[in-house]
Design a protein around this ligand. Structure first.
Ligand code: MF3
Ligand code: CO
Ligand code: CO
Length: 281
């Protein structure tokens, strides 16, 4: 899988700055989500917001991706391409995935995403979105020096499946830093005690994609858009995290509530120290 880079304190500082900008961009996107807007309007906003702050939207021209942000609506799992023809309607869910490249001393990428509710969500939309949100929280709670990648994957998979959802296997989290995608690959399924050991100074994303139906993914003819094979709803949340001696620093943490997402949680978050057995109940 390749060697995982250990970030020095100087590199971590640059990562903090880039990740803070990505997080701030996502917060601002949340304030602007509304029925009737197009995903192109999200792209326009994200592009301007990032460029005005001296950074670059990492998706733009990345392996030929044509826009500055990914917008993945309803049955789209990931890598949705913003379009003026793609209008957000009441009851839709849309994941907005922001990645910033902040050129400072060297230049580092920060990567974060969230699923937003457009207007009033139905029960299915809420279920898959809240399960995905919780999966990310549970995955992050596993991160600590000495733990393993399989601990993260297992925690996510166990919860998602107990909630009647499926974890996408074809797309995974990833190391992030000088490059947008680097080792390790962070699967959102797996077995406790297995996989690469986590060491302090590692930085990677956790970004579970959770489907209401089956796990299978289907790549569209544009070679980017990934949909659920059964066209069931899919939701995703993503943070960039740093492994520390005591646990984890969430580099893309937000200082405020995410509008049109966290403010519409339909369940209170369980304390992360809650016994695992209680989660499926
Ligand atoms: N931000 C996505 C991720 O979380 C990757 C998008 S690649 C793009 O890894 F080219 F579609 F932007
Ligand atoms: Co990512
Ligand atoms: Co991302």
């Amino acid at each position: 899988m390749g060697k995982v880079e250990i970030m020095t304190p100087a590199m971590r500082e640059e990562m903090r700055a880039s990740c803070a900008l990505a997080a701030q961009t996502l917060v601002e996107v949340g304030k602007r989500i509304r029925v009737g807007m197009t995903t192109q309007e999200i792209d326009d906003f994200v592009h301007a917001f990032i460029v005005e702050r001296g950074a670059y939207p990492s998706p733009l021209n990345y392996k030929g991706f044509p826009k500055s942000v990914c917008t993945s609506k309803n049955e789209v799992i990931c890598h949705g391409i913003p379009s003026a023809k793609d209008t957000l309607e009441d009851g839709d869910i849309v994941n907005v995935d922001v990645t910033t490249y902040l050129p400072k001393e060297h230049g580092y990428h920060g990567d974060t995403s969230a699923t937003f509710y457009v207007g009033e969500p139905g029960e299915d939309a809420r279920h898959v979105t809240e399960v995905a949100r919780r999966c990310l929280e549970l995955g992050i709670a596993e991160v600590a020096h000495g733990k393993r990648l399989g601990d993260i994957g297992a925690a996510i998979q166990e919860y998602a499946e107990a909630q009647g959802c499926a974890v996408v296997r074809d797309y995974v989290g990833h190391g992030v830093g000088r490059k947008f995608h680097m080792p390790p690959q962070v699967a959102h399924f797996g077995r406790r005690g297995k996989g690469k050991r986590l060491t302090r100074g590692m930085i990677f994303t956790i970004e579970p994609m959770i489907n209401l139906g089956a796990a299978d993914a289907d790549l569209m003819d544009d070679d980017w858009t990934v949909k659920t094979a059964d066209r069931s709803l899919s939701a995703q949340f993503e943070h960039t995290v740093l492994v520390t001696r005591d646990g984890v620093e969430v580099l893309t943490d937000r200082g405020e509530t995410l509008q049109n997402s966290e403010d519409k949680r339909w369940v209170e978050p369980l304390p992360l120290s809650a016994p695992k057995a209680g989660l499926g109940a």
